[in-house]
Design a protein around this ligand. Sequence first.
Ligand code: NAD
Ligand code: TYD
Length: 355
Amino acid sequence: MKFLVTGGAGFIGSAVVRYLLGETPHAVVNVDVLTYAGNLASLDQVANDSRYAFEHVDICDADALVRVFAEHQPDAVMHLAAESHVDRSIHGPAAFLQTNLIGTGVLLEAARQYWETLPVERQVAFRFHHVSTDEVYGDLEGPDGLFTEQTPYAPSSPYSASKAGSDHLVRAWQRTFGLPTLITNCSNNYGPYHFPEKLIPLIILNARAGKPLPVYGDGQQVRDWLYVEDHARALVRVLEAGRVGETYNIGGHNEYTNLAVVEAICELLEELAPQHPKGVAHYRDLITFVKDRPGHDLRYAIDAGKIERELGWHPEETFESGLRKTVQWYLDNDAWVEGVTSGAYREWTDQQYGA
Ligand code: NAD
Ligand code: TYD
């Protein structure tokens, strides 16, 4: 099969592309406009594969998408392109409305027009897989309860609201036009090639640089962490075997408070990078409580029972094994880190945390 992957230069998209080309016989067309979060260096290991093509295209550009579909004749779309950072959505929501809502709508239309021209057997086999987040469900209060596929939507941030809207668009294109869609809603991902404005890579890099480790509020908010390569496998499994029109929640059963995550990273660094930055006795001494995020969701936790029962998917990494791999990866990959921590990155961290 040929997969048209949007956002394939991003954190999760690049893991999907590396997995498809490394572990399956499928071909990939990567459609990515390369925002600050898109980085072709994350695809160095597959860039020369004859089954790989890159299209530097914005998903809001209808004409360009029509050309891409006609030229590459994909069998499936995996839609990951998005603005994805909650804090950025608070500082500037417009880009989130544009890419996550308008872009998804434009992509759905281009996919539908192309799909309608296919012969019947290719139409039946075609899939449009929309990759979404558990944040569309809002947050859970208290330590009990899990998000299921039946949990009502109640997004809190401009990011999660725009993703919720995009999920609704996908369902509408399935119901109204019969486009064979799938939706997955996943919990927080972590792992290699993660842009270092998100919690885990930010903490690793700040700690190595001897900078403060910013914990919002009291650090007692809970996230459910999934190693990115487990997510990539789940996505391909859903695309190949999921039931059309269905939603699948994906999660790793790894609930931790933010403070516990930051402390776990500090402990791993004590072991893996025992040479502290100048003036730092213990990495954990750098932990700094800062102003809370407005509208901060308290707890996310996924019931992944449906994908486990119906499709036999299970995460391979525990949080302990995945976090260890992640910390080691950042210690070993200075060149990638230097490539992404450009002027634009420094402008963001100055704006968010103060220079
Ligand atoms: P990311 O920000 O790392 O990557 C997004 C990619 O999309 C980048 O390569 C960027 O250049 C590209 N892009 C952005 N706007 C575009 C546009 N208009 N046209 C074409 N390309 C564009 O995001 P990620 O963390 O890899 O997330 C991928 C998807 O998974 C998103 O849809 C996100 O909502 C969803 N998701 C993320 C997480 C997480 O923890 N990161 C969890 C669940 C779901
Ligand atoms: P983030 O990685 O931005 O993911 P999301 O908001 O999508 O869950 O943040 C994960 C959690 O970590 C979230 O509760 C906010 C918190 N956080 C901090 O405490 N400090 C930080 O500097 C960042 C970026 C996040």
